[in-house]
Design a binder for this molecule. Structure first.
Ligand code: UD1
Ligand code: MG
Length: 446
């Protein structure tokens, strides 16, 4: 009944969007995405288990088996909603005659008069969808074959090639602004052209965003939860631009909203089934798909640097994980917290460093991290040698700092931190941005 009401509301929103905004259409499609994902997940779960796509919930008594890779449902529904969005987004530009050299002349509709069909916007849109499709394929391959970390790490950059090609053709800006206090020292240069390096930077973003979500994982609800928080933060930033920005920034941020709002719809439905106590796992498919949505929006919306600011918690988790990711310290297959059946709480999981000693050079670093309370180090009281350390993830660090806690509390705590850091990052971005560069593109006088 509730879902039917949502569908009716969705139909009304999509209909209204003809005379209002594409953002309203995106909200309508988000509702459709939510209802479809919520309907499908419980129905397809058993089929996933039947073909071997399942995982054990390691933080529950008896380790129950749950369907894995269910993020593929959200991702597929998202792709379909994106397809259906196309006519709505470009409706005001559609020509009344078909072909015959008339495609670039449009009729007056929805307040847009004699507008030329925005081919560049369509190519941005289609390349984004293509990039997401390839990323979803990569995620499904990983869930099916458990691809090794070093093999799958760089693949998202390949999926991003269509995106970078369209960026090169349609926008091509590769310069970054120099902060005011450095301009004098650099001989009054206001911007530096990074050229090809800018494309390397954008490709790195396509690699970083999906992988960073995948390694901040292992607690029910956390992969989707952090993506929902990221989506809300990105939408907050978009809303600021729609309210205060210039025409150019408004257009980029409207594009961002069109991609993110339906993503929020399918993600909220997935969260409903993945939150504690989870009945499904999202799989690497969802982590890659979600991360790539943000990379795509940052690149195509031309605010890749601001988008990275929203990823501060994921960046912190990645940097903190580097010693284990690069095997300076032993990295077990799973770094998720350790479940204690007796009290039902999660404790920091540990890397056994007796059997797998860390690189000698890194031993003093481990001791320093322990003295700063950034890891929990177990030392042999007789020999003084290192026995084990807590696994280096932000998830375990929370347990080191705040003590053992139940899985849902831990997830909520991390999400609350993430949201607070994200809001602070947006505020600082627009305040410090104008101090550093003399102006901020949000406050630019029109
Ligand atoms: C990444 C992490 C790994 C972490 C795993 C959890 C790195 C380098 N890798 O690996 O440390 O253990 O994610 O997703 O940081 N699971 C649960 N509860 C959950 C979520 C997952 O028990 O809430 C378990 C299930 O057994 C599930 C499995 O983790 O089947 C999924 O692991 P997978 O996503 O394949 O691990 P990676 O992404 O390779
Ligand atoms: Mg994973």
């Amino acid at each position: 009944m509730f879902n039917l009401a949502l569908l009716a509301l969705a139909a009304a929103l999509v209909y209204c969007s003809r005379s209002t905004s594409v953002v309203v259409a995106a909200a309508g499609f988000a509702l459709v995405g939510y209802v479809a994902t919520d309907y499908l997940i419980p129905r397809v779960g058993p089929s996933f288990i039947k073909i071997g796509l399942f995982g054990k919930d390691l933080s529950k008594p008896g380790r129950p088996v749950l369907p894995e890779c269910i993020g593929a449902v959200s991702a597929t529904v998202y792709l379909f909603t994106m397809f259906f969005c196309i006519p709505c987004i470009f409706y005001p530009y559609l020509v009344s005659t078909s072909g015959g050299g008339q495609r670039d002349s449009s009729v007056e509709r929805a307040g847009i008069s004699s507008a030329i069909f925005p081919h560049s916007r369509l190519s941005e849109y289609l390349s984004s969808v293509l990039c997401l499709e390839s990323t979803i394929l990569l995620g499904i391959a990983d869930d099916l074959f458990d691809i090794r970390w070093r093999h799958k790490f760089f693949l998202p950059a390949v999926a991003a090639i269509p995106l970078l090609a369209v960026y090169y053709i349609d926008f091509g800006v590769t310069s970054v602004l120099v902060p005011g206090f450095m301009q004098q020292r650099l001989g009054s240069i206001t911007s530096i052209d990074l050229g090809a390096l800018y494309y390397v930077y954008m490709a790195s973003m396509a690699i970083f965003c999906p992988n960073s979500i995948n390694i901040l994982a292992g607690v029910n609800g956390l992969e989707v939860g952090q993506s929902v928080v990221l989506a809300v933060l990105a939408l907050l930033n978009d809303a600021l631009y729609l309210a205060l920005g210039t025409d150019a920034t408004k257009s980029s941020h409207r594009f961002s909203m069109v991609l993110i709002i339906p993503f929020l719809g399918v993600s909220l439905a997935l969260f409903k089934w993945n939150k504690w106590p989870a009945s499904v796992f999202v799989g690497d498919t969802y982590c890659y798909f979600a991360g790539m949505v943000f990379a795509v929006v940052g690149i195509q919306g031309h605010f890749a640097k601001t988008m990275l600011l929203l990823f501060l918690p994921q960046i912190a988790n990645f940097v903190y994980s580097v010693p284990q990711l690069f095997n300076l310290v032993f990295c077990p297959r799973h770094r998720l917290p350790k479940f204690n059946e007796k009290d039902g709480l999660l404790y920091p999981s540990r890397a056994d460093l007796l059997e797998n000693p860390p690189k000698a050079l890194f031993v003093p670093v481990l001791r320093l991290l322990a003295s700063l309370r950034l890891i929990d180090l177990e030392v042999d009281s007789k020999t003084g040698g290192i026995v084990s350390c807590s696994n280096m993830t932000v998830i375990n660090l929370m347990l080191v700092w705040f003590g053992p806690m139940r899985e849902d509390k831990l997830c909520n705590l991390i999400l609350a931190f993430q949201f607070a850091i994200g809001v602070a990052a947006i505020v600082l971005r627009h305040c410090i941005g104008s101090l550093l560069f003399g102006h901020d593109n949000l406050w630019t006088i029109k």
